[in-house]
Design a protein around this ligand. Structure first.
Ligand SMILES: [Zn+2]
Length: 239
């Protein structure tokens, strides 16, 4: 399972489906030559969806994970599911409604980074809600204030863009890295930056919406103390 895959979600997060070919099968894990499926990473869950063969057989993808080789993506079928043979052409289609909700929340977490001082120590996105942990010593964070500022940034309709910089450029700007626990992968020569223009700029390999207005109204549901210097901010969709 060493084959690499063309990661279509990296350049187009709005790509819902594509034609692809099965290049490797190991147990219930399927690799394609190209894929719109995002594999679990950076706190964002892997995509779900379907691989449909030309003869009409539908293989349901229940999760997507990174393989061991760089740029390899494993499309997971159910344990006992039939699998397509290597060489099978398929239409690979993600569950777009699910992915879009994840993209909205993921982008919203970037806005949260811009509002809350302190390094990010962890985070998780799930369907409909998300959380980020911040290293904020002894400071009490105001839930209503954070919610008001977050919704103002959302409503302002800031453009969301990606661009690439080199490892050396990132090394020269360590302030771009907000996460203490997870450093962006270096060594590939280039790093992708997510730029919410005028609001937040940091390395990120996840999927995002194009404009903050697309997130929609958000609730800050609770702020928890998780250790002396750790505050967990939980958000969810308001509607
Ligand atoms: Zn991101």
């Amino acid at each position: 399972m060493t084959a690499g895959t063309q990661l279509l979600f990296r350049d187009d997060a709005y790509l819902c489906r594509t034609q692809a070919t099965v290049i490797a099968v190991e147990g219930n894990k399927i690799q394609l030559d190209r894929t719109p499926f995002y594999p679990t990473g950076g706190g964002q869950p892997g995509d779900r969806g379907t691989l449909t063969a030309e003869d009409g057989r539908v293989f349901t993808v229940i999760d997507t994970r990174k393989g061991e080789a760089p740029d390899s993506v494993l499309h997971l079928l159910a344990e006992d599911a039939a699998v397509p043979a290597v060489g099978t052409p398929v239409t690979a289609a993600i569950d777009w409604d699910y992915r879009h909700r994840l993209m909205r929340l993921h982008t919203c977490l970037h806005l949260l980074c811009a509002i809350v001082p302190g390094s990010v120590t962890g985070g998780q996105i799930s369907d409909g809600k998300a959380r980020l942990d911040f290293d904020v010593p002894g400071e009490s964070l105001d839930k209503d204030d954070i919610a008001a500022r977050l919704n103002a940034l959302i409503a302002a309709g800031h453009a969301v863009e990606t661009r690439w910089i080199t490892d050396a450029e990132l090394a020269a700007k360590p302030e771009l890295v907000r996460t203490m626990s997870v450093k962006p992968p270096t060594g590939a020569g280039r790093i992708r930056l997510l730029d919410i223009v005028g609001v937040d700029l940091q390395p990120c390999g996840g999927t995002h919406i194009r404009n903050t207005a697309e997130i929609g109204p958000i609730l800050v549901t609770k702020i928890e103390n998780k250790g002396r210097q750790n505050r967990r901010i939980n958000i969810s969709f308001a509607g």
